[in-house]
Design a protein around this ligand. Structure first.
Ligand code: FAD
Length: 401
């Protein structure tokens, strides 16, 4: 017999869980189904940052501001500690060319209301006493924050289950059909489900679900590899990134490797520097941005580059033990915007995928936004930039056809 429900959310990553939680809060009956288990996707293999500073002025920055407010409320509302902390963030600047680009970028962010500034080397060293002598300045924002993604998912799961969520693991749809005004899903685990609303929140895998309905979206995996150190005493006050990645996006002609003697390999792996201390004192050191398909293996060459880059910015890290490495698949889109919205001609079928490197930071606002749309309510942000129509194509057609 079919399980009947108001909504089925596909994908128990941070976004599927945030949406399921919000729908349950609104009194909907919800089934959350994952092809594997909670956190099997990018949300269980990522860094922990709620990063405002990396974003250009615009709707993603505004939504991340809102998400930050929602995180503060969630720390009290969710039934477990999500390890939310606001330590602030610094983006390290290595030379005058990077400084000029970052000064303009920071000025544009300030005009958008972000509390961010450029600080000189002396002030940086008070925040980060171990930073390398070659770093000439940095940005500083007191608002950059962090959260433990596994705890966040657990919090959403427990909060939603307390309001009636049914969670099915190790099952995915093998057929999705529109029948008599509802969606009918035949699942690989043998279940059959009838629902008014279906939400596709399957991250980098979302296009495989779209194909079951005869259309495609340009959502692709972008791999990131990360090293994890042993627990260490705090090395500095803030979390840290390098300006190189932002500069390379804003001024590609200035792009150059930050890993000594390995420019080609660093470019091949899309190396950028991220350095964050977790609640437990382990440091997460990343990361790469690779278009490498669905292969989640780590690569010794990439991990060596990440380690060399960390030693370049923080020579003291050479004394730390690396205890683990992992790779995750960011769900990337062609224009850097997630797909959030109802699919044309498929009433009640919603997309919520494609957050690339911002899915943790944006999970609370994504949950609100998609739940509003699914409940027929106008969301608090303009839905136009996220519409599926901007890149949808029939299954098998070339992109742009
Ligand atoms: C190295 C790295 C560092 C990152 N750092 C940050 C950061 O600091 N801050 C930040 O905001 N973001 C960061 N991100 C990005 C963030 O991890 C992702 O944007 C986010 O986790 C995506 O969440 P999601 O729920 O959309 O997808 P996922 O977490 O990938 O979840 C998708 C789920 O769908 C399931 N699934 C797949 N196919 C099916 C199917 N057919 N049916 C049902 N279920 C299915 C999968 O098993 C999986 O559990 C990072 C990512 C990486 C890789």
């Amino acid at each position: 017999m079919a399980l009947k429900t108001d909504a089925v959310v596909l994908g128990a990553g941070v976004n599927g869980l945030a949406i399921a939680y919000e729908l349950c809060r609104r009194g909907k009956s919800v089934i959350l189904a994952d092809a594997s288990v909670m956190g099997a996707g990018a949300s269980g293999s990522c860094d922990d940052m709620i990063l405002l500073q990396s974003k250009k002025p615009g709707i993603l920055l505004e939504m991340t501001f809102r998400s930050l407010e929602l995180f503060k409320a969630l720390t009290g509302d969710l039934p477990c500690d999500i390890e939310f902390e606001t330590r602030g963030g610094t983006i390290l600047i290595e030379d005058a060319a990077q400084l000029a680009v970052m000064e303009d970028f920071v000025a544009s962010q300030k005009r958008s209301g972000l509390a961010v500034e450029i600080i000189d080397a002396a002030r940086l060293r008070r925040l980060q006493p171990h930073v390398s002598a070659h770093v000439i300045a940095s940005t500083y924002s007191a608002d950059d924050s962090q959260v433990n993604p596994m705890q966040l998912m657990k919090g959403f799961m427990l909060g939603a289950q307390a309001k009636g969520l049914r969670y099915l693991s190790r099952t995915r749809p093998e057929a999705i059909e529109r029948r008599a005004g509802h969606w009918s899903l035949r699942m690989t685990g043998g279940e059959s489900i009838e629902a008014e609303v279906v939400v596709n929140a399957t991250g980098a895998y979302a296009n495989s679900v779209c194909r079951l309905l005869g259309f495609e979206l340009p959502i692709a995996p972008r791999k990131g590899q990360v090293l994890v150190t042993e627990q260490l005493p705090a090395l500095g006050e803030t979390n840290v990134w390098s300006a190189q990645y932002i500069v390379s996006k804003l001024k590609p002609e200035l792009a150059k490797s930050s890993a000594p003697g390995a420019a080609g390999a660093a470019a091949r792996f899309g190396l950028g520097f991220a350095f964050t201390g977790t609640h437990n004192g382990n440091y997460l050191i990343g990361s790469t941005r690779e278009d490498a398909g669905f292969d989640k293996a780590t690569d010794p060459d990439a991990l060596s580059l990440i380690a060399a880059q960390a030693r370049k910015f923080f020579p003291v890290i050479a004394q730390a033990q690396v205890i683990r490495s992992f790779a995750g698949l960011r769900p990337s889109t062609f224009d850097g915007m997630p797909f959030l919205g109802e699919v044309p001609d498929r009433p009640g079928f919603f997309m919520a995928a494609g957050h690339e490197g911002d899915g943790i930071a944006m999970a609370p606002i994504t949950g609100r936004f998609v739940a509003d749309l699914a409940c027929g309510k106008t969301p608090e942000f303009d839905a136009t930039p996220f519409r599926v129509e901007r890149a949808m194509r029939p299954q098998g057609a070339a992109h742009g056809a």
